[in-house]
Design a protein around this ligand. Structure first.
Ligand code: PEP
Length: 249
Protein backbone atom coordinates (compact mmCIF):
# COMPACT_ATOMS: atom_id res chain seq x y z
CA UNK A 1 0.00 0.00 0.00
CA UNK A 2 1.26 3.49 -0.80
CA UNK A 3 2.12 4.95 2.57
CA UNK A 4 3.47 8.20 3.91
CA UNK A 5 6.84 7.42 5.46
CA UNK A 6 9.46 9.43 7.30
CA UNK A 7 12.57 7.38 8.08
CA UNK A 8 15.62 8.59 10.00
CA UNK A 9 19.02 7.19 9.04
CA UNK A 10 21.25 7.77 12.04
CA UNK A 11 24.36 6.42 10.26
CA UNK A 12 27.39 5.95 12.60
CA UNK A 13 26.04 8.31 15.26
CA UNK A 14 24.75 7.82 18.82
CA UNK A 15 26.17 5.39 21.36
CA UNK A 16 23.80 3.44 23.59
CA UNK A 17 22.94 6.22 26.03
CA UNK A 18 22.54 8.77 23.22
CA UNK A 19 20.32 6.29 21.38
CA UNK A 20 18.10 5.82 24.43
CA UNK A 21 17.90 9.58 25.00
CA UNK A 22 16.90 10.32 21.40
CA UNK A 23 14.36 7.50 21.37
CA UNK A 24 12.79 8.80 24.59
CA UNK A 25 12.61 12.29 23.09
CA UNK A 26 10.88 10.83 20.04
CA UNK A 27 8.43 8.88 22.18
CA UNK A 28 7.54 12.13 23.93
CA UNK A 29 7.30 14.25 20.78
CA UNK A 30 6.18 12.15 17.78
CA UNK A 31 2.49 12.89 17.29
CA UNK A 32 -0.28 10.42 16.63
CA UNK A 33 -0.11 10.38 12.87
CA UNK A 34 -0.88 8.44 9.73
CA UNK A 35 2.78 8.83 8.76
CA UNK A 36 4.85 5.65 9.20
CA UNK A 37 7.82 6.71 11.28
CA UNK A 38 11.05 4.69 11.18
CA UNK A 39 14.48 5.11 12.74
CA UNK A 40 17.71 3.31 11.84
CA UNK A 41 20.22 3.26 14.73
CA UNK A 42 23.56 1.52 14.43
CA UNK A 43 23.54 -2.31 14.56
CA UNK A 44 24.76 -2.62 18.15
CA UNK A 45 21.81 -0.59 19.42
CA UNK A 46 19.06 -2.22 17.37
CA UNK A 47 17.98 -4.66 20.07
CA UNK A 48 17.77 -2.01 22.76
CA UNK A 49 16.00 0.38 20.37
CA UNK A 50 13.47 -2.32 19.52
CA UNK A 51 12.79 -2.88 23.22
CA UNK A 52 12.43 0.82 23.97
CA UNK A 53 10.03 1.35 21.05
CA UNK A 54 8.04 -1.86 21.03
CA UNK A 55 4.93 -0.32 22.57
CA UNK A 56 5.18 2.73 20.33
CA UNK A 57 4.35 3.58 16.77
CA UNK A 58 7.93 4.02 15.59
CA UNK A 59 9.59 1.18 13.70
CA UNK A 60 13.26 0.34 14.25
CA UNK A 61 15.00 -0.54 11.00
CA UNK A 62 18.55 -1.57 10.01
CA UNK A 63 20.98 0.51 7.95
CA UNK A 64 22.30 -2.49 6.00
CA UNK A 65 22.29 -6.27 5.82
CA UNK A 66 24.53 -8.99 4.38
CA UNK A 67 23.33 -11.13 1.51
CA UNK A 68 24.47 -14.50 2.90
CA UNK A 69 22.56 -16.43 5.53
CA UNK A 70 25.56 -17.24 7.75
CA UNK A 71 29.23 -18.17 7.70
CA UNK A 72 32.70 -16.71 7.48
CA UNK A 73 31.84 -13.08 6.78
CA UNK A 74 33.61 -11.26 9.60
CA UNK A 75 31.83 -8.13 10.73
CA UNK A 76 28.62 -8.79 8.83
CA UNK A 77 24.98 -9.21 9.93
CA UNK A 78 22.45 -11.55 8.31
CA UNK A 79 18.74 -11.19 7.68
CA UNK A 80 17.98 -13.83 10.28
CA UNK A 81 20.03 -11.99 12.90
CA UNK A 82 18.01 -8.85 12.25
CA UNK A 83 14.74 -10.77 12.48
CA UNK A 84 15.86 -12.36 15.76
CA UNK A 85 16.09 -8.91 17.41
CA UNK A 86 12.75 -7.73 16.05
CA UNK A 87 13.87 -5.92 12.91
CA UNK A 88 11.65 -6.28 9.84
CA UNK A 89 13.01 -3.56 7.54
CA UNK A 90 16.50 -2.79 6.19
CA UNK A 91 17.92 0.08 4.19
CA UNK A 92 19.91 -1.25 1.22
CA UNK A 93 22.10 0.57 -1.28
CA UNK A 94 22.67 3.81 0.59
CA UNK A 95 25.08 5.97 -1.41
CA UNK A 96 27.62 5.80 1.43
CA UNK A 97 27.57 1.99 1.20
CA UNK A 98 28.03 2.26 -2.54
CA UNK A 99 30.83 4.85 -2.31
CA UNK A 100 32.84 3.66 0.72
CA UNK A 101 32.12 -0.07 0.76
CA UNK A 102 32.00 -0.79 -2.96
CA UNK A 103 28.38 -1.95 -3.08
CA UNK A 104 27.26 -2.45 -6.66
CA UNK A 105 23.84 -2.90 -8.20
CA UNK A 106 24.66 -6.59 -8.69
CA UNK A 107 25.47 -7.04 -5.00
CA UNK A 108 22.34 -5.11 -4.07
CA UNK A 109 20.24 -7.47 -6.19
CA UNK A 110 21.53 -10.32 -3.98
CA UNK A 111 20.91 -8.34 -0.79
CA UNK A 112 17.37 -7.57 -1.90
CA UNK A 113 16.75 -11.26 -2.62
CA UNK A 114 18.06 -12.26 0.80
CA UNK A 115 16.01 -9.63 2.58
CA UNK A 116 12.77 -10.45 0.79
CA UNK A 117 13.28 -14.21 1.22
CA UNK A 118 13.39 -13.53 4.98
CA UNK A 119 10.37 -11.22 4.99
CA UNK A 120 12.49 -8.16 5.54
CA UNK A 121 11.05 -5.08 3.91
CA UNK A 122 13.63 -3.19 1.83
CA UNK A 123 14.18 0.56 1.70
CA UNK A 124 16.17 0.65 -1.54
CA UNK A 125 18.32 3.76 -2.01
CA UNK A 126 19.57 4.97 -5.35
CA UNK A 127 20.29 8.24 -7.11
CA UNK A 128 22.66 9.97 -9.46
CA UNK A 129 25.97 11.73 -8.77
CA UNK A 130 26.48 15.41 -9.53
CA UNK A 131 28.38 14.66 -12.77
CA UNK A 132 25.47 12.54 -14.00
CA UNK A 133 23.04 15.39 -13.45
CA UNK A 134 25.36 17.96 -15.02
CA UNK A 135 25.74 15.72 -18.07
CA UNK A 136 21.96 15.23 -18.27
CA UNK A 137 22.32 11.48 -17.58
CA UNK A 138 20.36 11.41 -14.32
CA UNK A 139 17.32 9.61 -15.70
CA UNK A 140 19.34 6.88 -17.40
CA UNK A 141 21.53 6.35 -14.30
CA UNK A 142 18.50 6.01 -12.04
CA UNK A 143 16.78 3.70 -14.51
CA UNK A 144 19.80 1.42 -14.72
CA UNK A 145 20.20 1.30 -10.92
CA UNK A 146 16.59 0.14 -10.66
CA UNK A 147 16.87 -2.35 -13.51
CA UNK A 148 20.13 -3.88 -12.33
CA UNK A 149 19.13 -4.31 -8.71
CA UNK A 150 15.36 -4.86 -8.73
CA UNK A 151 13.95 -5.77 -12.14
CA UNK A 152 14.59 -9.50 -11.67
CA UNK A 153 12.08 -9.58 -8.80
CA UNK A 154 8.62 -11.10 -9.03
CA UNK A 155 5.75 -8.64 -9.08
CA UNK A 156 4.68 -9.99 -5.68
CA UNK A 157 7.94 -8.77 -4.10
CA UNK A 158 7.03 -5.11 -4.56
CA UNK A 159 4.66 -5.01 -1.60
CA UNK A 160 7.81 -5.26 0.55
CA UNK A 161 9.80 -2.57 -1.20
CA UNK A 162 10.05 1.14 -0.50
CA UNK A 163 12.17 3.21 -2.87
CA UNK A 164 14.30 6.11 -1.66
CA UNK A 165 15.53 8.42 -4.41
CA UNK A 166 18.59 10.16 -3.02
CA UNK A 167 20.59 12.30 -5.43
CA UNK A 168 24.15 11.88 -4.14
CA UNK A 169 24.87 15.59 -4.58
CA UNK A 170 22.17 16.41 -2.05
CA UNK A 171 23.14 13.98 0.72
CA UNK A 172 24.71 15.68 3.72
CA UNK A 173 25.63 18.68 1.57
CA UNK A 174 22.90 21.09 2.60
CA UNK A 175 21.93 21.26 -1.07
CA UNK A 176 18.44 19.93 -1.69
CA UNK A 177 16.80 18.96 -4.95
CA UNK A 178 14.07 21.46 -5.65
CA UNK A 179 10.54 20.14 -5.13
CA UNK A 180 10.18 20.24 -8.93
CA UNK A 181 13.37 18.21 -9.47
CA UNK A 182 12.21 15.67 -6.88
CA UNK A 183 8.74 15.40 -8.43
CA UNK A 184 10.15 15.07 -11.94
CA UNK A 185 12.39 12.18 -10.90
CA UNK A 186 9.78 10.48 -8.73
CA UNK A 187 7.28 10.57 -11.59
CA UNK A 188 9.94 9.07 -13.87
CA UNK A 189 10.66 6.33 -11.32
CA UNK A 190 6.96 5.50 -10.96
CA UNK A 191 6.59 5.37 -14.76
CA UNK A 192 9.64 3.09 -15.04
CA UNK A 193 8.19 0.70 -12.45
CA UNK A 194 4.78 0.89 -14.11
CA UNK A 195 6.16 -0.04 -17.51
CA UNK A 196 7.88 -3.13 -16.12
CA UNK A 197 5.52 -4.28 -13.35
CA UNK A 198 2.21 -2.58 -14.11
CA UNK A 199 0.41 0.52 -12.94
CA UNK A 200 -1.18 -1.10 -9.89
CA UNK A 201 2.22 -1.90 -8.36
CA UNK A 202 3.63 1.50 -9.33
CA UNK A 203 0.67 3.36 -7.83
CA UNK A 204 0.95 1.46 -4.55
CA UNK A 205 4.69 1.98 -4.23
CA UNK A 206 6.02 4.48 -1.67
CA UNK A 207 8.84 6.56 -3.13
CA UNK A 208 10.79 8.62 -0.59
CA UNK A 209 13.05 11.57 -1.29
CA UNK A 210 16.36 11.89 0.57
CA UNK A 211 18.96 14.62 0.50
CA UNK A 212 19.20 17.46 3.04
CA UNK A 213 15.53 17.41 3.99
CA UNK A 214 15.00 19.81 6.89
CA UNK A 215 12.04 21.30 8.73
CA UNK A 216 12.28 24.34 6.45
CA UNK A 217 11.96 22.47 3.14
CA UNK A 218 10.08 19.26 4.01
CA UNK A 219 6.53 20.53 3.48
CA UNK A 220 7.06 21.70 -0.09
CA UNK A 221 8.89 18.50 -1.07
CA UNK A 222 6.27 16.23 0.57
CA UNK A 223 3.48 18.20 -1.11
CA UNK A 224 4.53 16.86 -4.50
CA UNK A 225 2.26 14.20 -5.92
CA UNK A 226 4.81 11.43 -6.33
CA UNK A 227 6.80 12.11 -3.16
CA UNK A 228 5.56 9.81 -0.39
CA UNK A 229 7.93 10.92 2.33
CA UNK A 230 11.59 11.21 3.15
CA UNK A 231 14.73 9.41 4.21
CA UNK A 232 16.36 11.83 6.59
CA UNK A 233 20.02 11.84 7.64
CA UNK A 234 21.38 14.81 9.59
CA UNK A 235 18.01 16.22 10.61
CA UNK A 236 16.93 12.89 12.12
CA UNK A 237 19.53 13.25 14.89
CA UNK A 238 17.59 16.01 16.63
CA UNK A 239 14.15 15.02 17.89
CA UNK A 240 12.68 18.48 17.35
CA UNK A 241 13.81 18.62 13.71
CA UNK A 242 12.73 15.07 12.94
CA UNK A 243 9.33 15.67 14.51
CA UNK A 244 8.95 18.94 12.57
CA UNK A 245 9.63 16.98 9.37
CA UNK A 246 6.98 14.40 10.30
CA UNK A 247 4.58 17.25 11.02
CA UNK A 248 5.34 18.74 7.59
CA UNK A 249 2.95 16.13 6.16
C1 PEP B 1 20.81 10.13 3.95
O1 PEP B 1 21.88 9.85 4.47
O2 PEP B 1 20.08 9.23 3.51
C2 PEP B 1 20.44 11.53 3.85
C3 PEP B 1 19.42 11.86 3.11
O3 PEP B 1 21.22 12.42 4.57
P1 PEP B 1 20.95 13.99 4.77
O4 PEP B 1 19.49 14.13 5.13
O5 PEP B 1 21.86 14.38 5.88
O6 PEP B 1 21.27 14.65 3.47
Amino acid sequence: MRRKIVAGNWKMNNDLSETEALLNDLIAQVPNTDVNVMVAPTYVNLFQAFNVLKEHNIEVIAQNMHQEAKGAYTGEISANMLKSVGINTAILGHSERRAYFGETDELLAKKADAALANDIQVVFCFGEELEDRKAGNHFSVVESQLKNALFHLDASAWKNIILAYEPVWAIGTGETASPEQAQEMHAFIRKTISEKFGSEIADELSILYGGSVKPANAAEIFAKEDVDGGLIGGASLKAADFVAIINAF
